[in-house]
Design a protein around this ligand. Structure first.
Ligand code: ADP
Ligand code: TRP
Length: 322
């Protein structure tokens, strides 16, 4: 079974990205043949700054490795190191109805947020389909926001198979993470770069501590019981501690006697300790710049080998090659 997913290098990673995307991908890396890539072509739909894209791409590679992506298990590569994906995107676009793309929420949302309605933003799902189909992927773990893109991918694969012959493309299965996995941000809304409410995974101790102390809480007096429903502090604390530690904070909330500052300090400690081994691993990786280059190069070679094999089959079916 081949498992594939991509992450856009669009800025500093936050703990929502970690628990929502990276940690599940890392858990899956031993369940099959994992292909994980940095979607730098996709990031270009909203970023036109070369040095920034390069730096973000590298930072994502470092952070993913620091979090436990194991290059011995997963093929880890940059999307642009396999430019063949663009050829498949073209082939797919020849069977892609305009209406299919016009219905995509993600495109409409991005345009309504002020991103320019350029062709790449519109054709984004076709490139994403090519990412998936180029590697004969069977399983694609993604967040709920990507569900529709997976449906487009399956539609396009079916259309190609109808036109060019069954078995030309492998139909992938989506693996959609459920809503309970949504990590709240500092203000209690979904943690997201676009809401400016994120807690980064890595950074300097002092500013991070200050940030956690800024989590929005209500004005329940110190001595009174605190509401546990919709508590951002509790929801975040749960991610970092054992069930017993979590239950003990819940009980303390219900008994009263402590202010929110006390709980935020506990949350801070849990967060800081949780990421300690990854911070240490990250420092080691940063101290050896050749390491990341070597991993990405090796990943690119392995990815390209699979991609060229699959593309060869598709080229034959289309009549592009004999
Ligand atoms: P952002 O919303 O900060 O722009 P992205 O859309 O780039 O984040 O998300 C990258 C990945 O991280 C996606 O798979 C997404 O589902 C996941 N993710 C982002 N924010 C959260 C969150 N608050 N909770 C759970 N998963 C998240
Ligand atoms: N569009 C995905 C996101 O924003 C990233 C992505 C690009 C992707 N290509 C992919 C995810 C292929 C899974 C499979 O999160």
């Amino acid at each position: 079974m081949r498992i594939l997913t991509g992450l856009q290098p669009s800025g500093k990673l936050h703990i929502g990205n970690y628990f929502g995307a990276m940690e599940p991908a890392i858990r899956l890396q031993s369940q099959g043949e994992a292909f994980y890539f940095i979607a730098n072509y996709h990031a270009m739909t909203s970023l036109h700054n070369g040095p920034e894209l390069l730096a973000n791409t590298r930072e994502l590679a470092v952070d993913f490795l620091a979090c436990g992506l194991d290059p011995a298990k997963a093929v880890f590569f940059r999307q642009s190191d396999v430019p063949e994906v663009n050829e498949l995107a073209w082939i797919l676009s020849t069977v892609c109805p305009m209406g299919l793309l016009e219905r995509c929420h993600s495109y409409k949302d991005k345009v309504s947020k002020g991103l320019s309605a350029n062709h790449a933003l519109f054709a984004y799902p076709v490139l994403m389909a090519a990412d998936i189909l180029l590697y004969d992927s069977n399983l694609v773990p993604v967040g709920k926001d990507q569900k529709q893109h997976l449906e487009v991918t399956r539609d396009l694969a079916v259309k190609i198979n109808e036109a060019l012959g069954e078995g030309t493309l492998t139909i992938p299965e989506p693996m959609i993470r459920d809503d309970s996995a949504v990590v709240p941000g500092l203000d209690g809304q979904k943690m997201s770069k676009s809401y400016h409410n994120t807690i980064p995974m890595f950074g300097e101790e002092k500013p991070l501590r200050k940030l956690i102390m800024k989590i929005v809480s209500d004005s329940t007096p110190v001595e009174e019981p605190k509401p546990i429903e919709n508590s951002t502090i509790l929801a975040l604390y749960k991610l970092f501690v054992t069930d017993a530690e979590y239950q003990s904070m819940v009980q303390s909330f219900q008994s009263g006697g402590f202010g929110y500052g006390h709980y935020k300090t506990q949350l801070w400690e849990a967060y800081w300790n949780y990421f300690a081994p990854m911070r240490a691993r990250r420092e080691e990786i940063l101290a050896d710049p050749g390491y990341v280059d070597a991993i990405l190069q090796q990943g690119a070679e392995r990815a390209r080998e699979t991609a060229s094999h699959v593309l060869q089959r598709i080229r034959k079916a289309t009549g592009l090659s004999a």
